[in-house]
Design a protein around this ligand. Structure first.
Ligand SMILES: [Zn+2]
Length: 113
């Protein structure tokens, strides 16, 4: 996947922000049902590929840490798009990335809309 212009990078950031919101709602809903979702949360990969439907399991403390930042996302290994993001952390079956530049701006826009 390549990005031809700044607008598509920004759109990628917005796309990931929407996925992230969906994941957050899933975890919130589980919290309400069980009071506790356990030590790991099951999430959709938050990468920028439109057709990606991969799932991953993330330790709860890592999930909470990512949620403190608007530009950090979790993806499955191999789904890091180096053109718009940097790897900042990883573990068994997951990679945390931080958006850069235009993609970061798109993510922030979407998160605050
Ligand atoms: Zn993916």
């Amino acid at each position: 996947m390549t990005f031809e212009d700044l607008a598509s990078k920004r759109e990628a950031g917005r796309h990931e922000a929407r996925l992230r919101e969906l994941n957050q709602r899933t975890v919130d809903a589980l919290d309400r049902v069980d009071g506790d979702v356990g030590e790991a949360v099951r999430l959709m990969c938050e990468c920028s590929r439109d057709a990606c439907e991969e799932m991953l399991e993330l330790p709860r403390p890592v999930f909470e840490r990512i949620r403190e930042s608007t530009t950090r996302y979790v993806v499955v290994p191999g789904h890091v798009l180096h053109e718009i993001e940097d790897r900042v952390d990883d573990g068994d079956g997951w990679v945390v990335v931080r958006k850069r530049g235009e993609a970061a701006r798109g993510a922030i826009e979407e998160a605050s809309s």
